[in-house]
Design a protein around this ligand. Structure first.
Ligand code: SF4
Length: 355
């Protein structure tokens, strides 16, 4: 059982973050933000996939102004990602942003940050202080080079120093992220921050590489922290379709048992005893379950798909429902007890009937 760290609660649109609220899933659109039609279409796909909050890159004034129209057409809260130019943050806030993300690495002028904080306070929206390895500015010990510095402490120190500006203005609707590109530093930084502050944490491993290595790095990093009870919202960064980020995030959250989005499907790795294409059957079942109207009701169920009748039912005894295949047919079992024999081609349909 995960014992979650208690953090302050903030709200991004209607989505609560922190203080034991369900860990929310975030993603980011990849098209030009001023192309409202494209952003809305991408966001709708993210909404359908189960994304809770979407972020858009605001690189110029046109992007900031586009937020107004985007907001009218999407259901989930919209976060504006700002670098270098505080005026873009002000314009985004004016146009209805539900949260802005500032990078302390390139927005350090105190007067400018103060203006953004005041505008956010007036509109009642939170700010994410989003650091990555390029955002470090805390004073480093003398004769230290960037390569031998304790990167995780430097990230935490920089975030805390930056947040002081916010606290001096009595602004506490803050979310923090500390994304390094290597997993160990990221995990270390978040663990340190969780000990030192009560602000909600946005978890992620940045620049995590290709789709495959990105999924592994994010699962290890985000998963380790969630199991520690750390983290209030997550984004899996992938060099891929953002919908893949949402699917991966859902899988991470259900793997650690923090959220369930449908029944859990387990399958055996197969061996020489298996006489069907189990991989294909599992994929088909996953696809169908994701679309099945019964998936919400069956959220707490575990479904096992096993490669042989000899060991399958025994190996998957703890499953609520399962199937174990022989040659050309499968035995459906409930809590380890066989209830029906079905043809391989009907297996998925028969399982779905019992959700
Ligand atoms: S359930 Fe059967 S096919 Fe699957 S790994 Fe075990 S023994 Fe092999």
């Amino acid at each position: 059982m995960i014992e979650r760290a208690k953090t302050r609660q903030i709200k991004v649109g209607d989505v609560k973050i922190g203080a034991f609220a369900p860990v929310s899933i975030q993603s980011m659109t990849k098209c030009d933000t001023s192309d409202v039609k494209a952003v809305v279409a991408e966001t709708k796909r993210l909404e359908d996939a189960g994304c809770d909050i979407v972020r858009v890159a605001v690189k110029d004034i046109n992007d900031a102004r586009a937020v107004k129209d985007i907001k009218k057409k999407v259901r989930i809260p919209v976060v504006c990602d700002i670098h270098f130019n505080y005026r873009l943050a002000l314009e985004s806030i004016k146009n209805g942003a539900d949260k802005v993300r500032l990078n302390p690495g390139n927005m350090r002028n105190k007067e400018e940050v103060t203006e953004v904080v005041k505008a956010a306070k007036k509109r009642g929206i939170p700010i994410r202080v989003g650091l990555n390895s390029g955002s470090i500015f805390a004073r480093l010990p003398s004769r230290t080079t960037y390569h031998d510095v304790d990167l995780s402490s430097a990230l935490v120190g920089s975030a805390l120093a930056y947040i002081k500006i916010f606290e001096e203005l009595d602004f506490r609707d803050i979310i923090i992220s500390l994304k390094a590109s290597d997993v160990a530093t990221t995990v270390e930084a978040y663990r340190k921050m969780a000990r030192l502050s009560y602000y909600p944490l946005h978890l992620g491993v940045t620049a995590s590489g290709s789709y495959d290595s990105g999924i592994v790095k994010s699962s290890v990093g985000i998963g380790a922290l969630l199991l520690d009870g750390i983290g209030d919202t997550i984004r899996v960064s992938l060099t891929a379709d953002p919908v893949e980020e949402v699917i991966a995030a859902k899988r991470i959250l259900s793997s650690v048992g923090l959220r369930r989005f449908g029944p859990e499907i387990i399958s055996c790795p197969t061996c020489g005893r298996c006489q069907v294409n189990l991989g294909e059957i599992v994929k088909q079942l996953e696809r169908e379950v994701a679309r099945s109207p019964g998936r919400q009701v069956a959220r707490s169920m575990k479904i096992a798909v096993m490669g042989c009748e000899v060991n399958g039912p025994g190996e998957a005894k703890e499953a609520d429902l399962g199937i174990a295949f022989g040659k050309g047919s499968g035995m459906i079992f409930k809590k380890g007890k066989i209830i029906k024999k079905v043809a391989v081609e009907n297996a998925v349909k028969e399982l779905l009937k019992r959700l």
